[in-house]
Design a binder for this molecule. Sequence first.
Ligand code: TRP
Length: 333
Amino acid sequence: MENEIRKKRIFSGIQPSGELTLGSYMGAIKSWVDLQDEYDCIYCIVDMHAITVRQNPAELRRRSVAQLAQYIACGLDPQKNIMFIQSHVPQHAELAWILGCYTQFGELSRMTQFKQKSQQHADNITAGLFTYPVLMAADILLYQADLVPVGADQKQHVELTRDIAQRFNGVYSDTFTLPEPFIPKMGARVMSLGNPANKMSKSDPDGCVYLMDKPEDIRRKFKRAVTDSETAVKFDKENKPGVSNLLTIYCAATGKTMEEAEADFAGQGYGVFKPAVADAVVELLRPIREESERLIADKAYLEGIYREGAQHAQYLANKTLAKVQRKIGFAAR
Ligand code: TRP
């Protein structure tokens, strides 16, 4: 490793705040799989972010480990990627505290996600929800990540991370790599089946397909998917958002182009189209679900992976943290 040309480093994470969905797979994890050879990748299960809203403890614990199994079942190779659970690497919390002292109240107040979430959870607007982006900055900066694959909704947080890093570097000389948001070209933006104006979300059980859904659940959800009052299977995001979303899913599941997909259903109605999309998704998810189930049953194996991941992550994180502590004037230990 040392004498190879340094590959660019990637860091990303998903909250174990719900079950992974078809949207998480097509929009994120699938493109992570494509990145694993070309980049030096770190994929985190961000349980500390998940507790910014109330979680059921047993479920959080189960999902954190299941998420690792699902990462692997989706094709992320534990030999090629560092995968770990955020709370197992205390350096994240330590750096987050420090970075919070270099972040303005005003900056955090302007974060769109905070404004949205504080409306959704109006009875529980915690300091953690407010400082969430600072913890995310710590995640990214600890590993000197160059690129951060995220959905459009997280771009603002990566930009804030850059601002914090730049400010710190300006005061104390170069310490952090300035990260860039990286919206993978291949990532398909999957919308809710029930309301195609919204992103597919794990908190909307009918509009979303979970990676672990059984074939009959998948078929039922696609049967109910919203379309329109026309009959033609055509991609037209403006006027046919439901059908366009189903076509996007079909393409992502089969690897076909949009032209090929439209040709498959030329002259056929939604009665043929919707079950065909469902079948494609059933076949896509079947091996992922089966492999996840197999891995979830192998607790010792998963433990080995996340412990090793955390150890490796700590080694990298400590290098950055020690530098930061020295620069800001913390006494040597
Ligand atoms: N905030 C991200 C989300 O909800 C998850 C996340 C936490 C993350 N830390 C990160 C993503 C660091 C990328 C890099 O989607």
